[in-house]
Design a protein around this ligand. Sequence first.
Ligand code: GLN
Length: 236
Amino acid sequence: MKPLKIVHLYAQEMNIYGDNGNVLVLKKRLQWRGIDVKIEQVGVGDKIPTDTAIILGGGGQDAGQSIIASDLQQKKQTLLQMHKDGVVMLMICGMYQLFGQYFKTQKDQKIGGIGVLDAYTEAGPKRIIGNLTVSSKWGDLIGYENHSGQTFLNNDSALGTTKHGYGNNTQDGTEGANSINVFGSYLHGPLLAKSPIFADELLNRALVLNGVTNKLIDINDVIAEQARTVAKKRPR
Ligand code: GLN
């Protein structure tokens, strides 16, 4: 099998609170199993390689989102097609918002999204900041949130429901979104370091898409488990 390709989208502009750690976690979890992986950075003006298996994007300031917004529109058709084709994507916070329909900032600026996810985001009166624990099909997902935007889902399902913190918005107790193999989430942290089961879910989906159906061999996740325990105890 040729190396599994992971694209890190807008690593310069959209990468806060350690979100690039999600790239490292997937890379290491593949390497520990002897599976070749290639990381490619795709920024403003770059093309997304056609053989991409996984795309990861992080959070950013409103200013960072404005900088990449028009370039993202150039990539819209490619990303919509990849979504339909089952490419695995995980978008955190600022990129999650722009994978939806739009993000309206506190300054009333409307930044257009690409509609891969059927959701929209509008800034609320105050920022949502704190630790976030989310109940999901893959156990509790743990991280940290810091966003002004409040996201509302239309037809997509949520990634999970909040146990601590707010997630998508202050009203409905949902967190994140999922459509086919595309996931959006407000969990910084980085999310995958403290949620190895979810990390392997993403890898399994990507491997199946690339014709590899062997179950991933188990990894000793004692340290990740310890990190989860500590993070869960942290006060808001
Ligand atoms: N700028 C966006 C907001 O405030 C996203 C923030 C983030 O990515 N942490 O909602």
